[in-house]
Design a protein around this ligand. Structure first.
Ligand code: KG4
Length: 340
């Protein structure tokens, strides 16, 4: 069979990204972030859509140039159909449709969360690459999602646990915001936590049945602690930034790991992966590795470049769909919420 070249386009939130893959081998992955949201403390949907409009053509051009191929070589175009911000998704979807029609090649719709999971199958041409065996569990942790996904095959995935309120990334971001840190707060919390004591402060942990998560109680308990302590001492937050960050981070990691361990034990699965923006967090990565050593898991942690939103994961999902001739037509419209 001749080589398959897929262009993957991701525009679900505030990153415009395009990547080219040759079969499962990544040739390029180009992302334009959007600094415009920083001063608002969160992503402003209207501004995100406009920035995607500005970025999409240069990002795709650069992805093709970096891959060293002409657009005429592409076998198909894959795009994120959802979940995400509708205005943002529309930019990528419309561009993908127009480009696929102009090139007279198939169009492939990709689910953003499935793509995060499938990022574990991207090859970067290194010899020691390990890929998870089916079935495996994937802890999906991002700004919008916290889920435990049972992955039975490339496109047969079941969400067995998910947050009933805030996502883990949101907990990082919202607590960072009350500490006066910029958006997104996760990386700032991680940086400050490095010099802090993780047992300095205790926060409430959820008591939820099954494998579901909840982070809103933690957020409230963090907020109340800051409010009460600041009444006694106005410089409390500034003086305790590192300890607060370390304690918050340790609590979030504990909550995430507890349910993951339970699910792995109950389902007798020892192939365990992590994905999504929060999987960039070193404390979470270390907890996965440490628990993995203790319980005999094989742990799959994505390279940092695949933790945030990226076109490469859309391209690899597109590649597996291409093999199944799973194409879509021009009527495919974006969706905002999780659908599988
Ligand atoms: O998957 P992602 O890039 O996109 C969305 O869900 O939109 O995840 C973004 C989330 C944010 O909440 C951000 O604070 C969090 O991932 N994040 C981190 C770290 N890097 C990104 N959280 C904790 N530690 C990090 N190093």
């Amino acid at each position: 069979m001749s080589d398959i070249y897929i262009l993957g386009i991701e525009s679900s939130c505030d990153d415009t990204s395009a990547a080219v893959i040759k079969n499962n081998l990544l040739l390029s992955n180009v992302t334009a972030g959007q600094a415009v949201h920083e001063k608002y403390g969160g992503v402003v949907p209207e501004l995100a859509s406009r920035a995607h409009q500005q970025n999409i053509i240069p990002v795709v051009q650069e992805a093709l140039r970096a891959a060293g191929i002409d657009k005429s070589k592409l076998s198909a175009i894959a795009f994120t159909r959802g979940p995400g911000l509708l205005g943002s998704l529309l930019v990528g979807a419309s561009f993908a449709k127009g480009f696929a029609q102009a090139l007279e090649i198939p169009l492939i719709e990709v689910d953003h969360l499935q793509a995060h999971v499938l990022a574990h199958f991207i090859s970067q041409g290194q010899e020691d690459e390990k890929k998870p065996d089916f079935p495996f569990l994937c802890l999906m942790v991002s700004g919008g999602n916290s889920q435990i996904i049972l992955v039975k095959s490339y496109f047969d995935m079941e969400i067995i646990g998910q947050t009933i309120d805030d996502a883990a990334g949101e907990a990082f971001d919202k607590c960072a915001k009350v500490m006066g840190l910029p958006y997104p707060g996760g990386p700032h919390i991680e940086r400050l936590a490095k010099t802090g004591d993780p047992s300095a402060f205790k926060f409430s942990k959820p008591q939820i049945a099954g494998y579901d998560y909840s982070f809103s109680g933690l957020k409230t308990s963090f907020l109340y602690l800051l409010r009460d302590k600041t009444k006694e001492d106005t410089t409390f937050v500034r003086d305790n930034q590192s300890d607060l960050s370390a304690s918050l981070q340790a609590t979030i990691v504990d909550i995430l790991m507890k349910k993951l361990v339970e699910a792995a034990k109950d389902l007798k699965i020892s192939e365990i992966a992590v994905a999504g923006g929060v999987s960039a967090n070193t404390a979470l990565r270390n907890a996965m590795l440490k628990t993995g050593r203790k319980l005999g898991w094989r742990v799959y942690i994505p390279p940092f470049s695949f933790t945030t939103d990226n076109g490469a994961m859309i391209a690899i999902a597109g590649y597996y769909k291409y093999l199944n001739k799973n194409f879509c037509d021009l009527s495919a419209t974006p969706y905002a919420r999780v659908t599988f």
